[in-house]
Design a protein around this ligand. Structure first.
Ligand SMILES: Nc1ncnc2c1ncn2[C@@H]1O[C@H](COP(=O)(O)OP(=O)(O)O)[C@@H](O)[C@H]1O
Ligand SMILES: [Mg+2]
Length: 203
């Protein structure tokens, strides 16, 4: 399976989701992560772990030699892809996960994405929006539920599962580990969020 992660802004959880979804894919078959972001966040994360993650991160150039050795490929991209990059990625992926934070800018970016795909004759069947960094709903407003509805109205598939907000992800990144392997007990719950999201993606 080729699973790509895209979004139009930085900082909405592409790299964090790439690392955790790659770990889950690795339990199904040999998996490589392709780090297309020049900041090399995913490569550095895997590097700090020095082999504790169940997959390796590679630069795009390694695809030619490494792809044939792996059953699954996860592609982490930089924010703000050019239209042509987006189209190439869409064309060459089985699933395109769009991590998003529930706020109005996310929806604006999604509308643009859908328009770009449609303008070039593509459907949006492969897109899956994954809401991340979700805080517990306070009072009557559930921002994530509202955002999910708005996305569904655009005709884009949204995962039911939402990834909770927790500092455990920063600890995981610093240590080069998965969120379940940090000292923060919430990390186990956050890992279960990714497990649920993964089951939805591969159902
Ligand atoms: N579910 C989450 N809860 C809290 N912080 C998160 C969560 N997911 C990611 N982060 C943090 O948000 C920042 C941006 O995440 P990152 O995965 O690097 O996004 P992107 O790759 O889209 O730029 C990082 O500091 C990361 O630790
Ligand atoms: Mg990133």
């Amino acid at each position: 399976m080729i699973l790509s992660l895209v979004s139009w802004k930085g900082g909405c959880g592409k790299t964090t989701s790439s690392i955790h979804l790659a770990a889950l894919l690795a339990s199904r078959g040999t998996t490589m992560l392709v780090d297309e972001d020049r900041s090399r966040n995913a490569s550095n994360w895997a590097g700090r772990g020095a082999g504790v993650l169940p997959f390796k991160a590679y630069p795009p150039r390694a695809l030619g030699t490494e792809a044939r050795k792996h059953e699954h490929i996860v592609i982490d991209t930089r924010g703000g892809l050019e239209d042509q990059d987006l189209l190439d990625l869409y064309e060459n992926s089985d699933i395109v996960v769009v991590p998003a934070v529930a706020e109005s800018m996310t929806l604006e970016a999604l509308v643009n994405t859908v328009q770009t795909l449609k303008k070039h004759g593509k459907d949006t069947q492969k897109l899956r929006v994954l809401f991340t960094m979700a805080r517990r709903a306070s009072g009557k407003t559930d921002k994530v539920a509202e955002a999910k509805n708005a996305v569904m109205e655009l005709g884009i598939q949204t995962l039911q599962t939402t990834i909770r907000a927790t500092e455990a992800f920063k600890d995981a990144c610093d240590a080069g580990r998965l969120v379940k392997d940090t000292r923060n007990p919430v990390g186990k719950l956050a890992w279960m969020d990714y497990e649920r999201a993964f089951r939805e993606l591969t159902a």
